[in-house]
Design a protein around this ligand. Sequence first.
Ligand code: HEM
Ligand code: FES
Length: 778
Amino acid sequence: KMSEGCPFHQPADATSQATMTSPTGCPVSRDAAAFDPFGASYQLDPAEALRWSREQEPVFFSPKLGYWVVSRYDEVKAVFRDNLTFSPAIALEKLTPAPPEAVKILESYGFAMRRTMVNEDEPDHMERRRLLMDAFLPENLEKHEAWVRELVRSYMDHFIDKGRADLVEEMFREIPMTVALRFLGVPSEDAKELRKFSVAHTLNTWGRPSPEQQLKIAEDVGQFWQTAQAILDRMRDEPTGEGWMYDSIRMHHQHPDVVPESYLRSMMMAILVAAHETTAFATTNAFRILLSNRASWNDICENPTLIPSAIEECLRAAGSVVAWRRIATEDADVGGVSIPKGGKLLLVQASANRDPRHFENPDEFDIYRHNSAEHFTFGYGAHQCMGKNIARMEMRIILDEFVRRLPHIHLVEDQAFEYLPNTSFRGPTSLWVEWDPEQNPERRNRGVLESPTHFHIGAPIKEDIVRRVVVAEVAREAEEVVRVDLIDPYGRELPDWSPGSHIELVSGEWRRYYSLCGKRNDRHRLSIAILREPSGRGGSLHFHETIKPGDVLHIAGPKNHFHLDETAERYTLIAGGIGITPILTMADQLKALGKPYTLHYCGAGRRTMAFLERVERDHSEALTVHASDEGCRLDISTTLSRVAEGEQVYCCGPERMLEALEVLAQNWPEGTLHVEHFSARSNILDPDKEHAFEAVLTDSNVTLQVGNDQTLLEALTAFGVDVPSDCCEGLCGTCEVAVAEGEIDHRDLVLSRAERSAGDRMMACCSRAKGDRLVLAL
Ligand code: HEM
Ligand code: FES
């Protein structure tokens, strides 16, 4: 029977599992039937092993696992968001049940682990999470930075002169455990005891342990359970102790109903598991991928402020938690596929992290990627990893110490990487590196130890994600306009970009956006055009007057907020003045695609119009030049009245031109008019004119106060909710958040009138509440 819940169904061929069906009676496709999370291909590279699923069947039933597998970004997010329909109760359930002998062993230790945080349902989960969250807030983590750095240094001192080391053995396995114990406040003599037990869990929970392994694991887990109790009892005698476990004990006294006694012991075990291998594996994976992409490694050695964005890209491309579980509490729908009540789901984060619908060129490792931090390696929503900023801090400091003290390490060639076979935790069991100790920078210059990078707590800040470039050529393109060509300092390829893309040019205090206007097939050169604007904010004047060949500058991007939809039947392109830059790349693309288009280029006079010669040469048939000093201004309303059905209009130019267009096009179907603004209207926050409001976050189940001197984006970031942002001026659309309730005071230039009146989304960097409350799907 073919149920309606199978939009991605592929007919099984006659020879294969024609009769195999899912619990809803859907035929199981050949690929789905073959999927084996313990097989070699998933173990080698889970994202690659599910490429077929991302492309053809993003939600499928796996008969080998007995789970529904979810592989695309949006579907994974939809499940994470809704922790009532998709309960985390099975997150830590043993995939391979314990045999009766193992159960007996556990009973002999009085083992009675209860659900803790990560696998708890509401409302209990959120009540506890809120009470126990304080120590994890960005503002309370800063104090740990200095000792984490000292710890990392002392581990490195042990092997820095050896020339060869297994970094997992020497430090990556050790540091996260030590940090976790110290964060909990466990006294150091007890810490030694606890270390012994922490590693059996991966295999136990997400693996296929053999019957003998099951017994050994049961023994270890039983002892872990007892030791945790003994340590907890001693900690209880110190009412003023410092650390998260002490906080939890105090919360138990204040709110015994919310943090009961039985919870403390379970939590002690659970948090060590949560904090240890996740971070150890993530660090190992990060070093492996960075050292295999030497250009990226070299870039961070030169500029350690890139470390936060590099770590985030490592977590995206090679995360340590690759799949997580949920169970449907009622009949539900995921990406159009019916999941019955009781259906178990495997959300493959590693696959979602490589979904091209969310991450451009997802298979490329790019430490400059602007949205790496949107990976799901830490989960999402109400249960999102509480320790994410601790893990980030450790990984950043470790990397910072390496790029200063051992920038010359490389991977030992031909080493075999082994992985513990399991569905969820991923990282090699060893990582061998080599170097010449004679070349250690500190042998000549102790200064490398003296100025470590200070990292802020939280997701990377966009100001840090910049790439070094060199000015190759500066050429005059028109009166007051210069073209600037940028190349990589080592002659490497620059990132690919699409028509309408821009970069942000950075020099000292100055940052300005410029559209790319070169030829797309030249991967070694990015070109921008800079207009001298004496009345602007100063950036263009500065760049226009100071840039010369050989200068080293920084750029962010390329990014594209002005996408060309290549599926329309025909196009009208309108450029005003320097707005020709993105329009020109669109015209080039449409010509290459053989699409019909007309191009209107308006300016004060021919001498001021950049690239006119090139436009006339390449686009003569489509072009009308409107030079005001020749008396031929563009008549916008006549031009727009000729726009036919199925046609799209793209315009970049001065603000008044865009406003006129937007008014004329207000009744057009959605998606017909596309404009790019050069600059924001004034969005400077004036506390005297603003009022504070409340933001209720439904996915995270919390309520925040947004002060009158604060943007919504700032309030979210301070609470550790990572909302990506870019322009922070309401221009780019990066910080869009979904709004479920409350009237929005829109201040951006991104949303169309229709989108504004729908009232279901807003830009967090500038828009606010009209009333005193907004409910957000975050
Ligand atoms: C939850 C990953 C490090 C504490 C989680 C979840 C994931 C995860 C996937 C479940 C998220 C969800 O269901 O949406 C990671 C990774 C880490 C890491 C990849 C390292 C790179 C840490 C550290 C700590 C920690 C260092 C503590 C010091 C927690 C806690 C939860 C959690 C308490 C439960 C939160 C809740 O259910 O409300 N983590 N984790 N994690 N993690 Fe982490
Ligand atoms: Fe660009 Fe908010 S960050 S619109």
